[in-house]
Write a protein that binds this ligand. Structure first.
Ligand SMILES: Nc1nc2c(c(=O)[nH]1)N[C@H]1C(S)=C(S)[C@@H](COP(=O)(O)OP(=O)(O)OC[C@H]3O[C@@H](n4cnc5c(=O)[nH]c(N)nc54)[C@H](O)[C@@H]3O)O[C@H]1N2
Ligand SMILES: Nc1nc2c(c(=O)[nH]1)N[C@H]1C(S)=C(S)[C@@H](COP(=O)(O)OP(=O)(O)OC[C@H]3O[C@@H](n4cnc5c(=O)[nH]c(N)nc54)[C@H](O)[C@@H]3O)O[C@H]1N2
Ligand SMILES: [Mo]
Length: 763
């Protein structure tokens, strides 16, 4: 039977309502929205217990984002935000996807649902198997499931024919075991969501500062003179960051925002932790808003660098921190010289911002010492994304704004343990020093050949060079670019395996055979033979701490992620040199091994039992740049964007609504942008609409253009929005079909999800 299985959310409009864009974020509406999600998914009584435990020192780590919790006092009401509450409600949902559900819904039928509908089906309760040629998943025992994986892996011609993906919620313990299993099996094919996320930050920061992570702590926000927030929408994606920005303001610091959109939360917010402030006008956060064109950031930062240089020449010592530059950095002369290759007149139009405003920003940088620069996906998902971040570092280095109180780099991470997973070795190109230690500790020889990242994995599966795909969390088909190409790649596999909490489209777009291995979520209790276990995670600022679930597991059949990895390893690795089963019994044993291999985890089991956890060492924070190639912090030469558009073309950025977590769709509203009950929209500038003969709510198809190839996404509604000329915005995953797989950032190989060249075709 030929199946019509859709890799995309169906082209179906849901009944749009447009509302006035709110003037401030958070406040009472956020509390109401959070409670209503919690009530609908979990019920109110259970829901309140749940919220009480989020991010408390003896509670569980919020799976919402990687923003840190305060080191000392935690909020009276609980350390959570609207979107954290939604994330938790989504995991703790009462809805269950049982064997009966699969028996009564074929894969083809499920594929016709929207991502929203798929997700709302609920938590998966049993291991499930889709045999070759069958239309429905069937219940399978854990033992039989592991056996299928082991046999399939061992029948490959080479371990490099298997791909082992990781999403960023996986705990340190599970991630460490997973990479150990994969390397003992014999490959470094360990792509992760970070390849699509902060890889560009990692590449830029390692080269320039000798550490792929940010340098600031939460406390630094209380001491900063100036915080610059670039390419980030914290009101939606890191709401607790608004509290930190509020602290900066309270202490007299200023905030510059650089973004194509005036995102509501950054402009004004009401502190959710302070009930007295739920009503009323809220607090203005941004002092200076630069409405940059998409991908105009290098041009903008270059103008600032040129103005800094000009002022320094005019009045030596007034701008640059010479002592810092001399002692700690390399390459300043080349960088300053390179600035002469660009003229301000040519750069200004590339930014879309007036020179006067850019000068104002430059003056704030010139006149302040303690500067923090924060960024997220608006900078990391472009062809010159690594340049974006290196240019930020150039500015901070000139000012000596790193490794001191109130100053430094702040790449704001996405998934709650994405940073920890990397620390644990989830990377296709881990250093040889890590691999050498692994070999000694576990008595084997790990492979040295670099593995596939996300983009390379998709290509390998498409070319049938890889035949087994295993996903430790995540939703590979929907999160990755070029949906149809990626779907074809996955369908080429002999076996696809998803270790998941909730149903998603990657359970539907499968290889010839498929397995779903359901696991415990963060909010659930984890009992093993030695007693109750906890797991540990690392937040965006390098604090490692515990996370304890408090809820009863959704089903007796669920296994923890570490137990699943052990099951896979036992079924796959012949003649093991490791006692895998001992790790499941007691997670302390996993932590002992982490301590033996990874610097900074000394006395891990003891220190992580201290409430609040501990900071990992961070050379940039300590003003030590010796791990770079020059042994110093490096200035770099960077290039502005080179995208040429014709008259009917636009740059499209794919962004998140207020009601989604990546591919998990909580609801259909984007409250802060005034769009309710619809996700198939394209935001446009009014004058562009006029030129293209388009009106509000016209139905259009979107075509992307790359190297002579065309891709199409059908059925979007045009929305007039405050966005620069020739820039447009859509939501992912719906628009992922338009993102060409080969359109990637230089060096980091991250898909350019924020610069897609499109044209807009009226129906
Ligand atoms: N509720 C919720 N929280 C989340 C997530 C979620 O989906 N939902 N996802 C998590 C994950 S994995 C991540 S990585 C983070 C993502 O957090 P964000 O990076 O905040 O997420 P995006 O929606 O991609 O927003 C990108 C922002 O960059 C701006 N932007 C786009 N292009 C450019 C540009 O060229 N220049 C500049 N200066 N700005 C630009 C956009 O206007 C938008 O404000 O959030 C994490 N937290
Ligand atoms: N066009 C476009 N594409 C993008 C982006 C973009 O901005 N634009 N952003 C990119 C970014 S920043 C990221 S990080 C990726 C995200 O890519 P992924 O991490 O692959 O995607 P998610 O949607 O976060 O994964 C959600 C699934 O994870 C599973 N899950 C949730 N919690 C757990 C858990 O505790 N354990 C396990 N095992 N599974 C769990 C659930 O089954 C859920 O369906 O997407 C990228 N894709
Ligand atoms: Mo991310």
């Amino acid at each position: 039977m030929s199946k019509k299985i859709s890799a995309q959310t169906p082209e179906k409009l849901t009944g749009i309502q447009l509302k006035k864009i709110p003037t401030s974020a958070v406040g009472i509406k956020a509390i109401v929205s959070a409670l209503s999600h919690v009530k609908n998914e979990v019920g109110l009584v259970q829901g309140i217990t749940l919220l009480k435990n989020i991010n408390q020192k003896d509670g569980f780590d919020c799976p919402g984002c990687a923003w840190p919790d305060p080191d000392a006092k935690r909020a009276f009401l609980a350390e959570y935000c609207e979107n954290g509450a939604k994330a938790v409600a989504e995991e703790a949902t009462k809805n269950k996807v049982s064997p009966l559900f699969f028996a009564t819904h074929s894969v083809e039928e499920l594929s016709q649902l929207s991502d929203y509908e798929i997700g709302k089906s609920g938590r998966i309760t049993h291991p499930m198997y889709l045999p070759e040629g069958k239309d429905n998943y069937e219940e399978i025992s854990w033992e039989a499931a592991f056996k299928i994986v082991g046999e399939e892996l061992n029948s490959l011609n080479s371990p490099d024919e298997a791909i082992f993906y990781t999403s960023g919620r996986t705990s340190n313990e599970a991630a460490f075991l997973y990479q150990l299993f994969v390397r003992q099996f014999g490959t470094n094919n360990l792509p992760d969501c970070s390849n699509m996320c902060h890889e560009s930050s990692g590449s830029a920061l390692s080269e320039t500062l000798g550490i792929g992570k940010g340098s600031v702590t939460l406390e630094d926000f209380n001491h900063a003179d100036l915080v610059i927030v670039m390419g980030q929408n914290p009101g939606t994606n890191h709401p607790r960051m608004l509290t930190a920005l509020g602290e900066t303001k309270k202490h007299g610091g200023k905030i510059i925002t650089i973004n194509p959109l005036p995102e509501v939360g950054l402009m004004n917010y009401k502190d959710p932790q302070n009930p007295l402030k739920w009503f009323g006008a809220g607090q203005d956060l941004t002092d200076l808003f630069l409405q940059v064109k998409i991908n105009g950031d290098v041009a903008l930062l270059k103008i600032i660098l040129k103005l800094m240089k000009e002022k320094e020449i005019e009045n030596p010592g007034s701008v640059f921190n010479h002592q810092f530059i001399e002692e700690k950095t390399a390459g300043i002369d080349k960088m300053l010289q390179d600035l002469d290759n660009y003229s301000i007149e040519e750069l200004v139009p590339q930014t879309g911002v007036s020179f006067v405003k850019i000068k104002e920003a430059a003056d704030l940088i010139i006149n302040n010492e303690k500067i923090i620069i924060c960024w997220a996906m608006g900078l990391t998902q472009h062809k010159n994304a690594v340049d974006n971040i290196r240019e930020i570092v150039n500015i901070l280095l000139l000012k000596g704004s790193i490794g001191k109180k109130g100053a430094g780099t702040c790449p704001v991470r996405g998934h709650s343990n994405v940073q920890g997973d990397r620390t644990m070795g989830i990377w296709e190109k881990m250093s040889t020093s890590f691999l050498d230690k692994l070999d000694v500790e576990f008595n084997f020889k790990s492979p040295r050949k670099h593995g596939f990242d996300v983009v390379n994995s998709i290509e390998a599966m498409h070319q049938k060079k890889a035949k087994v795909f295993i996903g430790m969390g995540g939703n590979f088909v929907s999160a990755t670019p070029d949906t149809e190409f990626t779907a074809a790649a996955l369908k080429n596999c002999n076996l696809t395996v998803q270790i998941s909490t909730k149903l998603n489209r990657s359970h539907i777009i499968t290889g010839k055979k498929a397995l779903i291995l359901p696991c415990l979520g963060r909010s659930e209790k984890d009992f093993q033979s030695s007693g109750e276990q906890f797991i540990t995670v690392e937040n965006s600022m390098g604090v490692v701490h515990q996370s304890h679930g408090h809820l009863e597991p959704h089903s007796e059949k669920l296994l923890s992620e570490p137990a699943i990895v052990v099951g896979l390893a036992n079924a796959t690795i012949k003649n093991p040199t490791t006692n895998w089963s001992a790790f499941t019994a007691n997670y302390d044993l996993i932590r002992d091994k982490i301590e033996a291999i990874i610097p900074g985890f000394e006395n891990y089991n003891k220190r992580v039992r201290v409430k609040g956890g501990f900071y990992l060492p961070n050379n940039a924070r300590e003003n030590n740049f010796s791990p770079t190639e020059t042994g110093k912090a490096n200035f770099t030469l960077n290039e502005p964007s080179d995208i040429k558009l014709d008259k009917h073309q636009f740059i499209m950025m794919t962004i998140r609504t207020h009601d989604q977590y990546n591919t998990t769709i909580y609801g259909l509203n984007d409250r802060y942008r005034g769009v309710l009950n619809e996700r198939r929209v394209v935001f446009m500038n009014e004058e562009d609409m006029h030129e293209q003969n388009l009106k509000q709510l016209d139905l259009v198809d979107l075509k992307s253009h790359f190297n002579g190839e065309e891709r199409i996404a059908k059925g979007f509604l045009v929305i007039k929005y405050n966005i620069p000329r020739q820039c447009t915005a859509t939501y992912f995953p719906e628009a992922n079909v338009l993102v060409p797989l080969k359109s990637v950032a230089k060096i980091s190989n991250t898909p350019t999800s924020k610069t897609v060249v499109i044209s807009i075709v009226k129906r």
